[in-house]
Design a binder for this molecule. Structure first.
Ligand code: PLP
Length: 384
């Protein structure tokens, strides 16, 4: 009999979520339609410590609105790390601007400040640092470069709710921060997102742009601009409110899961785990292993081979993101060509990394099974 399947991610849902959604289904209509959204936004902003929060259908929508609110458009460039999910870059393309792919740091896997600075041109209108897998870049260095060149920072904290840098919550480091509540995330609403900012003007513009160019409360049905429809439903907001009320225990569980893996995998030669350098509190959205390229080559264990080996043991994993400059969606662009020549670190990580199972209800016994399998793969494919 095959062993029980271990999923790579998955939510932690309690009666509180179910009750709030049922209440929303019964009551959140007409004059009460916005109540759960308002409660969710207030609770979320309180947790982050931000002045404003806007609940959205996705984090991708949040990035699109951020760029639109900052007036980024055709002819502009926006710097984004090469190693991230396409959602960090696609909204740059939506507004007609050009994504410029900067290299990442070897240990944080996030934006490298020196590469960011080297990518700046007179056309640079924003930077989108990404808090990858719950980690964060060296924000002392990244923000110093942004300030020096007067470049607005849109923090893509899709994967890092609950992390913090020197006591500031992920999403609070830039002018705007955005989060994802996709079903795989630490906190979920099925699909969904949030945008936070302390900037009153930006928030006003976001509120206007996310409802087809209407000021909140406007009932004239006369629109000043062509804009977007990016609003979260009350049913999702009710779910999200229950989750954010439990955020401390959700993040604690993620850190517990990482600790189980770290106990078993730390110190394996040629294998790196998620970093938690001084100043960072990592919420470890995805427990991730990266093989040193030399080890991967000598053992033949790149991410595809490792995924297949795990799958044969009924263990789901995910590949580390591929550099955006390598994937068909962007590979043909002039910027991607430059990035492939420049971003040595992104290309030394992307092919050799794997996200291990770390769903919210994972048990220590399951983590133990994953680690035992991983060690067996390494031992049975020793370096040449
Ligand atoms: C780094 C990053 N940015 C943006 C997003 C987009 O989030 P969503 O799927 O909510 O649009 C994701 C989604 O997983 C992500 O991982």
């Amino acid at each position: 009999m095959s062993q029980e399947r271990i999923f790579v991610s998955g939510p932690w849902v309690t009666e509180r979520e179910v009750e709030y959604v049922a209440e929303a289904a019964r009551t959140a209509w007409l004059d009460k339609a916005g109540e759960f959204n308002a409660r969710f936004e207030k609770a979320f902003a309180g947790y982050i410590g931000s002045a404003h929060a806007a609940s959205l259908p996705s984090c991708t929508a949040g990035l699109h609105l951020s760029l639109a609110a900052l007036g980024v458009g055709p002819g502009d460039e926006v710097i984004v790390p090469d190693l991230t999910w396409i959602a960090s870059a696609a909204p740059i393309s939506y507004v007609g601007a050009t994504p410029v792919f900067a290299d990442v740091d070897r240990s944080t896997w996030c934006l490298d400040a020196a590469s960011f600075e080297a990518c700046i041109t007179p056309r640079t209108k924003a930077v989108i640092p990404v808090d990858l897998y719950g980690g964060m870049p060296d924000y002392d260095a990244v923000l110093a470069v942004a300030e020096k060149h007067n470049i607005p920072v849109i923090e893509d904290a899709a994967e890092a709710l609950g992390s913090s840098w020197r006591g500031l919550r992920a999403g609070k480091l830039g002018r705007i921060g955005v989060y994802s509540f996709h079903g795989s995330k630490t906190m979920t609403t099925g699909e969904g997102g949030m945008l936070v900012t302390d900037d009153d003007e930006v928030f006003k513009r976001v509120q206007f742009l996310r409802d087809h160019g209407r000021i909140p409360g406007d009932v004239s049905f006369v629109n000043a601009e062509v804009a977007f429809k990016y609003k979260m439903s009350a049913l999702q907001a009710a779910f999200g409110l229950a989750q954010v009320e439990r955020i401390e225990e959700l993040v604690a569980k993620k850190r517990q899961i990482f600790a189980w893996y770290a106990e078993r995998l730390t110190g394996l030669p040629g294998v790196s785990l998620n970093a938690e350098p001084a100043g960072l509190l990592n919420s470890y959205w995805m427990v991730t292993v990266v093989l040193d390229p030399a080890l991967a080559r000598s053992t033949g264990l790149d991410k595809a081979r490792l995924m297949a080996l795990f799958k044969a043991q009924n263990i789901d994993t995910r590949p580390f993101f591929s550099p955006l400059s390598s994937i068909p969606a962007y590979a043909g662009t002039p910027e991607a060509q430059k990035a492939r020549a420049r971003n040595k670190t992104a290309y030394a990580i992307g092919p050799y990394g794997l996200n291990l199972p770390c769903g919210m209800t994972l048990t220590e016994a399951q983590a133990d099974r994953v680690c035992a399998a991983f060690k067996q793969f390494l031992n049975s494919n020793p370096g040449a």
